[in-house]
Design a binder for this molecule. Structure first.
Ligand SMILES: NC(=O)c1ccc[n+]([C@@H]2O[C@H](COP(=O)([O-])OP(=O)(O)OC[C@H]3O[C@@H](n4cnc5c(N)ncnc54)[C@H](O)[C@@H]3O)[C@@H](O)[C@H]2O)c1
Length: 496
């Protein structure tokens, strides 16, 4: 079995550090994440990135290619020396001067020497807390990828460090910014279906993208928190934000039914193996991934294995996997709304269906996603042609199908909208309040962390008992839950 990237011994190759600390003062990326911000003309924000795998590309390219007049990359950090070198090469390709690279053991030195205004955290999930806390306590604002972290204890450390440091922490929930999902928020805010009383939400991962979680570091809870945290953080955050409410109690069941050694045999394989690259049954396995055949996967992972022993193509049938592939969750919200949610990772199609049941009608929304594999040229969260359906069904009368709001690029156009908000100096106030800080980050992961506890104990879990000092995030105002409602129209002649 391959080594865990978090704990693997590191190659001790060192990098030459060239940056001299420029005298740009430390400033927040906004005293409030939600308020409009203005940056003095001519000043560029200094960014450092820790974790230079697949996801960091979006941020590095944003800094060096899309917003170079507003942003400057001053440092790169990772446990893997080979991927660090690749990231530096990427800079050169972008016609930027490569920033200095630091091995993870030199992270604090990177902060001290390169003096970033903002640290971007794109490492393995279970390591986020360490870098977030060290960044905040060093006086740096932090932007972290989802999930904010993976356990309640780590969440508490982050909440405490945020308060103690007074610095800002932003959690990049890009799904909120996807135009069709913003449209759903817009309809809910408008009051067209009254106030929401319950939600039915079902997310499917297909056997391309879904299977991929079982090949990578994500397949072990100690790295990812399982799909309830790693993946469902997006989904629970969407519901929290769509409703403008805080989750209160969670009940859940979870199991792994498909990605198991038993299923390997039922599909006609002799056994599970360590990885695809050396698999003796690669010709027979429909889940074989050929790292060597993909230039991007080869350079990012296969060629860098010698530095940390991490295999990107671990066997999806291997018993090392301890995450679930079939999960059902019930959540009660502080405003009385109930959520029924499911996540299935071996599905025939990828995407979701959600229905909001309101006092004046029902909002139904479905998105079908394109086939995607992380680290390849496929578009992450890309929406299939004609893949969005959104309709409002009033209590009485005809359903209304909406023309979907659209965008282009990753996550249905959400990545671009979010990056504009992060990197452009003048940000218009956002009526949907899509920017999220540590409170939104915590509210979403705590549902998944609670679900993980339920899987073990079979008992309901109260979110308020998992951490202390968590206040509800600021959400956009939602329809009143007490105002008088218009009486639904009388039904005409009853059907005979
Ligand atoms: N918002 C989204 O839609 C989205 C999409 C993809 C990934 N992500 C998130 O981005 C993060 C990175 O995911 P990825 O797909 O790039 O994974 P990846 O495996 O491609 O990259 C992870 C990187 O972290 C490095 N790393 C591991 N342990 C480290 C440590 N202790 N210190 C420093 N570096 C370390 C690895 O060497 C690797 O370069 C994850 O948290 C993931 O959840 C978010």
């Amino acid at each position: 079995m391959s080594e865990n990237p978090v704990s693997s011994p590191m190659n001790r190759r060192t990098f030459v550090k060239t940056v001299s600390a420029a005298g740009i003062g430390v400033a927040a990326f906004g005293p409030q994440l939600f308020a409009a911000t203005t940056r003095p003309t001519g000043s560029r924000k200094r960014y450092a990135i820790v974790g230079v795998g697949s996801r960091h590309h979006m941020y590095q390219d944003a800094i060096e290619r899309t917003y170079p007049q507003h942003a400057e990359l001053v440092g790169l950090c990772d446990t893997n020396a080979g991927r660090l070198e690749l990231a530096r090469t990427r800079s050169t390709r972008n016609e930027a001067t490569p920033p200095p690279a630091f091995l993870a053991r030199d992270f604090d030195r990177m902060l001290a020497e390169t003096k970033p205004d903002i640290l971007i955290v794109t490492t393995v999930d279970a390591t986020h807390d360490d870098y977030i806390v060290r960044g905040l306590l060093a006086g740096v604002d932090v932007i972290t990828e989802k999930p904010m972290t993976t356990t309640a204890e780590k969440c508490q450390r982050i909440l405490d460090a945020r308060k103690k440091s007074g610095r800002n922490l932003r959690v990049t929930f890009n799904y909120r910014y996807s135009p069709p999902r913003t449209q759903v928020k817009d309809i809910l805010m408008s009051g067209e279906i009254g106030e929401v009383r319950s939600v039915d939400f079902h997310w499917m991962l297909n056997t391309h993208h879904g299977a991929d979680y079982f090949r990578r570091w994500h397949g072990e809870k100690k790295n990812s928190g399982g799909l309830m945290v790693h993946k469902a953080t997006h989904h629970f955050d969407l519901v929290n934000w769509w409703l403008g409410a805080m989750p209160a109690t969670v009940m859940a069941t979870g199991k792994r039914e498909f990605y198991t050694p038993t299923m390997a045999k039922r599909f006609g394989l002799q056994s599970h193996h360590e990885r695809c690259h050396t698999c003796p049954e690669k010709e027979k396995c429909g889940f074989f991934m050929d790292l060597a055949a993909s230039p991007s996967l080869k350079s990012l992972y296969l060629d860098q294995e010698r530095y940390d022993g991490y295999f990107r193509d671990q066997c999806v049938w291997n018993p090392r996997i301890d995450i679930e592939d079939t999960m059902n969750v019930l959540v009660n919200y502080d405003n009385g709304v109930t959520l029924a949610y499911s996540l299935n990772a071996f599905n025939a199609w990828e995407g979701y269906t959600i229905a909001f049941n309101g006092t004046l009608g029902r909002l139904e929304h479905t998105i079908v996603e394109q086939v995607y594999v992380n680290g390849t040229d496929t578009v992450q969260g890309g929406i299939a042609a004609g893949g969005v359906t959104t309709r409002v069904v009033p209590l009485r009368g005809e359903p209304r199908t909406l023309e979907p709001w659209t965008g282009t690029g990753g996550h249905g156009g959400g990545d671009k909208v979010m990056l504009d908000e992060i990197f452009l100096p003048e940000v218009p106030a956002d009526k949907y309040q899509r920017a999220s800080d540590e409170r939104g980050g915590a509210a979403s992961i705590l549902v998944g962390i609670a679900a993980n506890r339920c899987f073990e104990t079979g008992q309901p879990v109260k979110i308020g008992e998992l951490v202390t000092g968590l206040t509800p995030p600021h959400y956009a105002p939602m329809p009143s839950r007490t105002a008088p409602l218009p009486m639904p129209a009388k039904v005409g002649r009853l059907p005979s």
